[in-house]
Design a protein around this ligand. Structure first.
Ligand code: CMC
Length: 438
């Protein structure tokens, strides 16, 4: 594995207060790839100032060895391997191993890991009854927030975050059981019986089986769909310090148990600016309805007084291409061809992409299709309702969340995350009794 480099004493950055002329020298740290960071941890002690970066647009919140993104280049790597190579040659479970343990597994290590995950896929039988508390028409992400949060009430024997063995068991349980819970959530909203996991199937085959099989008849997993599902899972496995991963890390920094932390990640993922975008893309395409209405919606997306945005376009980090979207674009064509589906949504998506990519507004702002633009088309062809899309994202991202959580807990000195603020409320003022208020 590449060695982390830090030259704390060699490089510095001098910051000068223009009011007083006083300067402070701050250490600069280099990673193995990407921009260096200015270490501002001593800034307050030295100057009495905090920094201000409300949406973390220029702030590194942690050191990490898991995932590297170069937004300008459109590069995504896990532990040094490009996402293109991983989707082409690896499997989701192997990527899970890579993220969790740092290197690609040997054949025997992989077999042991795969067996471990496979034999943890069943959930405590009592969880079946937990579902009944939800309305059948509840949004599947609402159910997932509750059910995953409740796992800590079922698996008491793996809650000690300081015990490496218990951390490992929790990580395996989460990777193995969240697909089962996601499939159960789908079955529950459909009013169909839960399907128990099958140990003779691969991770992605088993997931499709648990979602789409029915007790009265045998279910044969379509290998093209299982392959596409596995690719979607790999592409969503981790994405460095995004909103939901940062949420998991922040929750974990208070020493909350891993099941609770992952539930917080699921809640954060739900929003349409993050994981909820794949659902929003399909809703947008069906709202547009026909190709001739695309210009009208493009105009709306450009209008500052209209809150409408082109869903599935733009990214905080990628500024030229989202490599995940490119893999999914070809996968979408493969799946639709195999199923013989002629989805007008795909045609409309391609037309929308073409028009937007030629538009000055989108070119100037470097807005192009992101991963969510095509994943929805594939998932829809597989038979998933739009409300399940973000749940599938959560199934995959659980691997990234738990790997990032584990990395954080294994750092030598875990410190609770606690951002500061620029207070702009009233200054100190006396309390006025109600009878004297105007
Ligand atoms: N449609 C129209 N205009 C847009 C869009 C869009 N989808 N995205 C950004 N802009 C404009 C925005 O109005 C702003 O214009 P101006 O400079 O004139 O004010 C400029 O582009 C920069 O946008 P921003 O909001 O400052 O960028 P951000 O980095 O804060 O937001 C984003 C990134 C992904 C939240 C945003 O592009 C967006 O809302 N996209 C649609 C939702 C979406 O597809 N989200 C999925 C992200 S990928 C999956 C994941 O990793 O979670």
């Amino acid at each position: 594995m590449a060695k982390e480099q830090e030259h704390v004493d060699e490089k510095t950055f001098t910051l000068t207060n223009d009011q007083t002329g006083e300067s402070v020298r701050l250490p600069v740290k280099d990673g193995t790839c990407g921009p260096s960071v200015i270490d501002i941890r001593s800034l307050y002690a030295q100057t009495g100032h905090f920094t201000f970066d409300p949406s973390f647009t220029a702030t590194g919140s942690c050191k990490s060895r898991l995932t590297y993104i170069d937004g300008e280049e459109g590069l995504l790597m896990h532990r040094g391997y490009t996402i293109e190579e991983l989707t082409e040659q690896s499997s989701f479970l192997e990527v899970a191993y890579l993220l969790l343990y740092g290197d690609l597994p040997s054949e025997s290590d992989f077999k042991a890991f795969e067996r471990n995950i496979t034999y943890h896929t069943m959930v405590h039988e009592q969880i079946n009854y937990f579902y009944r508390g939800f309305r059948r028409d509840a949004h599947p992400m609402a159910v997932m927030c509750g059910i995953v949060g409740a796992l800590s009430a079922f698996y008491h024997d793996s809650l000690d975050i300081w015990d490496p063995q218990q951390r490992e068991v929790s990580a395996h349980r989460l990777i193995a059981k969240i697909p089962t819970l996601a499939a159960m959530t789908y079955k529950y909203t459909m009013g169909q019986p839960f399907m128990y996991p099958r140990n003779d199937l691969s991770f992605s085959e088993n997931f499709l089986y648990m979602c789409f099989a029915l007790p009265p008849e045998p279910y044969k997993v379509n290998p093209v769909l299982a392959n596409a599902m596995d690719k979607i899972f790999i592409l969503h496995a981790d994405h460095e310090q995004n909103a939901s991963t940062s949420t998991v890390r922040l929750a974990g920094s208070s020493q909350a148990n891993p099941f609770a932390c992952i539930a917080s990640g699921i809640a954060s993922l739900w929003g349409p600016s993050h994981g909820g975008a794949n659902q929003a893309v399909l809703e947008m395409l069906s709202e547009i309805g026909t190709k001739d209405r695309i210009p009208e919606f493009i105009a709306r997306a450009k209008d500052k007084d209209d809150p409408f945005r082109l869903m599935g376009f733009g990214h905080r980090v990628y500024k030229n291409r989202d490599p995940r979207a490119e893999v999914l674009k070809s996968s979408a064509h493969e799946v639709l061809a195999d199923l013989g589906v002629n989805d007008p949504m795909l045609e409309m998506a391609m037309e929308l992409e073409k028009i937007a990519l030629e538009d000055e507004y989108f070119i100037e702002r470097k807005l192009f299709p992101n991963v969510d633009f095509y994943s929805g088309i594939i998932l829809r062809a597989m038979g998933f309702p739009t409300s399940m899309f973000t749940v599938l994202f959560a199934v995959a991202r659980t691997v990234g969340w738990i790997s990032q959580w584990k990395e954080m807990i294994e750092e030598p000195a875990l410190k609770i995350g606690r951002p500061r603020q620029l207070y702009i409320g009233p200054q100190k003022r006396p309390y006025i009794p109600m009878k004297d208020r105007k």
